[in-house]
Ligand binder design. Structure first.
Ligand SMILES: Nc1ncnc2c1ncn2[C@@H]1O[C@H](COP(=O)(O)OP(=O)(O)O)[C@@H](O)[C@H]1O
Ligand SMILES: Nc1ccn([C@@H]2O[C@H](COP(=O)(O)O)[C@@H](O)[C@H]2O)c(=O)n1
Length: 686
């Protein structure tokens, strides 16, 4: 895959997408998607670690590279020298070789170098020219270089061209005194580069040779160093004084390379991306989600406590990510005296801090944030994700002084990156400096990482997992679908008044009318349109203002697309309960006549929710008094393959008053709703 296809993929994922929307005016390309493939995403992840080593001639670049390669003995490392890409001298230039400036950027065939580096980065072998310092020409054979885990590119002017700089994951500048460089150069040019008496000056004395070399130095080498090489020092990530003598610097560099090689490849590309190290004790979030869903679906008798237990590892992930994120905040040293009189020196996080969650899935991380930062202010952003032209920020409620705060942005899934870009852009438009935003998520697709990191190089992204990529529906694969669906127990801290949370949970299972009409594909599926939740049930959509489900397919009230007869045909063998909400049936049981999965929502549910909404207006505390008793059935033929599980919400009722939370578990939260979609549960996880 060439660089263009990578770019295309990134661009494409910014266009039509699953989890975001187009960014008019935000420099996002609204192109038709070439479907991002898994292999493309995987290939993107396999890029080698590219190190650039620049510095003046004879500063010790080659020596430093050799030491790095030696210490990285168990890695596949390849060294590419910029000298190999010198232009051949023409016959005319050869006659006046001492007037030729070998230290000017034009002396190199930069296009060829770029092409070779691109190929190596994308796993292709290349033939590197074999430059002969005696004849000033390329000689045969060329050197065949195979792709490697680490590519080191070394040369006096490798930081000069921005296109080459951009290929590098680490830039080192070897900084050696000018007089030391000159002395080494004269010695080396005579001994190593074959500038012996015969080739250089035809039978002149050694004294004259040195004079010629000094003339070349003062005429070309030194001015070129001052004009072209030294100015590129500012691009270096690391400056090594004394070159190969600086063992401490080289040890640190090797250590860093080893760490980066052990990390996800995207971390090599983006220094602002942090993938938290796996402890091997917590499950992968995707598996955990499957397990959670499977457990709940399999066992209709799961108690509230069981449900909390099963969802706990997801919260664990969120806590880990939050804790890691907090580590990026500025802090001050603080000393406390313990009751035993000893003094403990710790750190105090910056006071000006807030969370912002992207409704609805981001809310699942709020508890983790609250657990780590008691009393933290949390703002909300509600985004309507639509494929074609529906980019909408539906709702935002942010602390007024947010521009003075460091912001922890919460959204568990980074897919295409478009929602994240929208959310981050909003924060920036509110005056939050980019460098004060830390984006916390649990699962990221490489495409989203590229989009966000490229656009906002100064924010920090902390994630617990980078997945393979996006599927044709722009969902993260393997991932866990829509996080809000797969994290079935939406937690609501006791005492909180999180109206959007409960509302959006109900929206998600079709209990509320949905807002926004996405375009449909040929099968009548909504295309690239997703909905993250709604603050209000009324006023936003065409069929808004009522509390009945709306079918995406036919736009009729009272049923959803999953049970739409116009779409699926009328089932023959069972009583239809699709329009239950309007028929006033109290308890609903469902049987699926096809492989499709659906959840029907009872009239009770609707009336209950209507009541809830009404009561919310008059008495916000009602939220805490809702408990939904959810039972589930499972219909699975065999466990050998992932199987769809049918979730059926059979009854919804409220209980007054709530059971009190136990003092040992202050995070005892209320299950609010289960969403309609089925999930696949691999056998091993059931
Ligand atoms: N730390 C050092 N001490 C002594 N000689 C050195 C040192 N580093 C490099 N050299 C010598 O200086 C010359 C140039 O070093 P080299 O690593 O080839 O520099 P560059 O690649 O920057 O041109 C070589 O002859 C090398 O042996
Ligand atoms: N035919 C040539 C080509 C280049 N040079 C000099 O080599 C220096 C670069 O080599 P490093 O190993 O130091 O990177 C550069 O200063 C050129 O002037 C040369 O002498 N003859």
């Amino acid at each position: 895959m060439d660089s263009k296809s990578v770019e295309d993929m990134i661009e494409a994922s910014s266009g039509v997408h699953f989890s975001g929307f187009h960014m008019d005016g935000l420099e996002m390309t609204n192109t038709e998607v070439g479907q991002p493939t898994t292999s493309a995403a995987e290939e993107m992840c396999k890029q080698p670690f590219v190190i650039g080593v620049a510095g003046g001639a004879a500063s010790g670049k080659t020596t430093v590279c050799d030491m790095i390669i030696q210490q990285l003995h168990d890695q596949r490392v390849v060294l590419v020298n910029q000298d190999s890409f010198y232009h051949d001298l023409t016959e005319e230039e050869l006659t006046r070789v001492h007037e030729y400036n070998f230290d000017h950027p034009d002396a190199f065939d930069t296009e060829q170098l770029l092409c070779a580096m691109e190929k190596l980065r994308h796993g292709q072998a290349v033939d590197i020219p074999n430059y002969d310092f005696k004849s000033y020409k390329n000689v045969f054979p060329a050197r065949r270089v195979n792709p490697s885990d680490v590519i080191i590119l070394e040369g006096i002017l490798i930081f000069h061209d921005p296109r080459i700089r951009e290929l590098m994951n680490m830039k080192i500048f070897v900084d050696t005194d000018a007089d030391v460089r000159l002395a080494r150069r004269i010695r080396r040019d005579i001994v190593e580069k074959g500038r012996d008496i015969a080739t250089v000056l035809d039978q002149v004395s050694g004294f004259l040779i040195r004079r010629v070399l000094l003339m070349q130095y003062s005429k070309f080498v030194k001015p070129a160093f001052d004009d072209f090489i030294l100015p590129t020092k500012k691009y270096a990530d690391i400056i090594i004084p004394r070159g190969g003598d600086n063992h401490v610097a080289i040890d640190l560099i090797v250590q860093h390379i080893r760490t980066k090689l052990g990390q996800h490849d995207l971390c090599k590309i983006y220094p602002n991306l942090y993938v938290i190290q796996s402890t091997f004790q917590v499950w992968h979030p995707t598996h955990q989600s499957n397990l959670t869903m499977g457990a709940i679906s399999n066992n209709s008798c799961l108690s509230h406590a069981d449900t909390r237990l099963f969802t706990h590892p997801i919260s664990c992930y969120a806590c880990q990510v939050v804790e890691h994120g907090l580590g990026h905040l500025p802090f001050t040293e603080k000393q406390v005296t313990t009751p035993t009189g000893s003094v403990y020196t710790g750190v105090d996080f910056c006071k000006r801090l807030c969370g912002v969650s992207v409704i609805r899935s981001g809310e699942s991380m709020e508890n983790a944030l609250r657990a780590c930062c008691k009393g933290i202010k949390i703002g909300k952003i509600l985004i309507h994700r639509e494929g074609d032209n529906g980019q909408q920020l539906i709702y935002e409620k942010l602390p007024q002084d947010i521009s003075d705060r460091h912001v922890l942005l919460l959204d568990p899934i980074l897919g295409t990156g478009n929602s994240a870009v929208q959310a981050i852009s909003l924060l920036i438009s509110k005056g939050v400096p980019e460098s004060q935003i830390i984006f916390l998520n649990l699962i990221s697709a490489p495409q989203g990482v590229h989009v966000v990191c490229k656009r906002f190089p100064r924010i920090k992204i902390v994630t617990s997992e980078i997945e393979i990529g996006l599927n044709e529906d722009f969902r993260v694969i393997p991932g866990m679908g829509e996080f809000g669906d797969r994290y079935p127990v939406v937690k609501l801290p006791l005492g909180s008044r999180s109206a959007p949370l409960i509302t959006s949970a109900l929206v998600s299972r079709g209990a509320l009318n949905e807002v926004g009409r996405g375009s449909r594909d040929s099968r009548g599926n909504r295309k690239n349109t997703s909905f993250q939740g709604s603050w209000s049930s009324g006023g936003l959509g065409r069929n808004a203002g009522h509390n009945k489900p709306v079918c995406y397919y036919c736009d009729e009230l009272g049923h959803t697309r999953r049970t739409c007869w116009k779409l699926h045909g009328k089932p023959q063998q069972q009583a239809q309960v699709a329009n239950i909400a309007t028929q006033g049936i109290n308890l609903v049981s469902t049987v699926s006549s096809s492989n499709d999965k659906f959840v029907l929502v009872s009239a009770d549910e609707f009336s209950h929710f209507t009541q809830y909404q009404a009561s919310l207006k008059s008495n916000p505390s009602t939220i805490d008094e809702l408990v939904y008793n959810i039972t589930t059935t499972i219909n699975q033929a065999s466990l050998s393959d992932p199987v769809p599980i049918k979730l059926v919400i059979t009854q919804v009722y409220s209980r007054h008053p709530l059971p009190a939370p136990t003092s040992t578990d202050p995070s005892l939260d209320l299950p609010i709703a289960v969403r309609k979609d089925s999930v696949s549960v691999p056998k091993t996880l059931v």
